[in-house]
Design a protein around this ligand. Structure first.
Ligand SMILES: [Zn+2]
Length: 325
């Protein structure tokens, strides 16, 4: 009899669910809309229904459920503290207890970026040739609308109080830069977050200063995003390229600082902004190469995510199975 675990990655617009074995064999998976406007109780019922549906599909009940949420959750109590991007903000919702009763199995909750870090550790670049997480530190950057992060130390996710460690997006990069939502100034997110990069691309487009980007998006600002800008840069759009290099340089400064702090074995760059691709990796690696001088950074791998947007879902399987946590 297989030990089957369930994973849920709760997002503002969609819920991804999967059933898998602890060694990473996916047995069933599905994505449904969140319909978050209906409130926490209705969304939790949808999640329970999703897991039940997957279990019925393969006729095996999960041993446990690991769930990632886009905000603050208490791993010990299974209480969702605060989800800033969902209506009603989900304050003090006992999601773990509600789901454990509905599904009749243990439920563990984690912040979604920390859960993706766990996925990278156990099933992605952190997985050693023997199948176990390799020793040393692993750092994960989730580059999206915001910039989140996660840290694993010697094969285990490091969470810190309230699971709030590794907020790389709010590292100061420019001392007196613009005010950030967090209350500080000049945070990394302001320069290298998705909206910042896209905003720069739109500004160039509207100023008539782009060449390939204009053609790629047919002159429509709503079609500009970091991936399209990367494509334009690769085709020879120099101004767009300069904007991307600047954003990736700020990211490289942050990665260098993190490397100097932890001397990790691996830095994984994931999230939609990582779709910039080689230009992002090359720029970050070049910054690290000259900024990290206290020890050799030559052996530190700085890599794109192998799991892509499924890192979170994989992390939920590890969370449910109690691996790396
Ligand atoms: Zn900030």
């Amino acid at each position: 009899v297989l030990n089957v675990y369930a994973s849920i990655d709760l997002g503002g617009t969609k819920i991804a669910g999967a059933l898998a074995t602890a060694d990473g064999q996916v047995l069933a998976q599905r994505v449904i809309p969140t319909e978050s406007h209906a409130g926490p109780q209705a969304v939790l019922a949808r999640i329970a229904g999703l897991v039940e549906g997957l279990a019925a599909e393969i006729d095996v009940r999960p041993h446990a459920l690991g769930m990632g949420v886009p905000g603050l959750a208490d791993l010990q109590t299974g209480v969702v503290k605060f989800l800033p991007n969902l209506p009603t903000q989900w304050r003090e919702v006992p999601a773990g207890a509600v789901l454990a009763q509905a599904l009749d199995c243990p439920v563990r909750l984690l912040n979604d970026v920390r859960m993706a870090t766990l996925g990278e550790l156990v099933y992605g670049g952190g997985r050693g040739t023997d199948g176990a997480p390799v020793p040393g530190a692993l750092v994960f950057y989730a580059l999206g609308t915001g910039i989140g992060g996660g840290i694993a130390l010697d094969g285990r996710l490091y969470l810190g109080p309230m699971g709030a460690s590794a907020e790389f997006g709010h590292m100061t990069i420019v001392p007196h830069g613009p005010l950030c939502v967090c209350g500080s100034r000049g945070c990394l997110e302001i320069y290298a977050g998705g909206p910042a990069i896209t905003g720069q691309g739109v500004r160039l487009l509207l100023a008539g200063q782009t060449t390939c980007l204009y053609d790629l998006v047919e002159g429509r600002p709503e079609r500009v995003n970091p991936a399209a800008m990367a494509k334009a840069a690769a085709m020879g759009d120099e101004r767009v390229r300069a904007v991307l290099v600047e954003a990736c340089t700020y990211l490289g400064i942050s990665v260098a600082n993190t490397i100097l702090t932890l001397h990790p074995r691996l830095v994984v760059l994931g999230g939609s902004v990582a779709e910039i691709g080689p230009l992002l990796l090359d720029t970050v690696r070049a910054e690290v190469a000259w900024r990290v001088g206290m020890f050799s950074a030559a052996d530190i791998a700085i890599e794109p995510s192998r799991l892509g947007n499924r890192a979170g879902l994989w992390g939920g399987i590890a969370l449910a199975a109690g691996i790396g946590i």
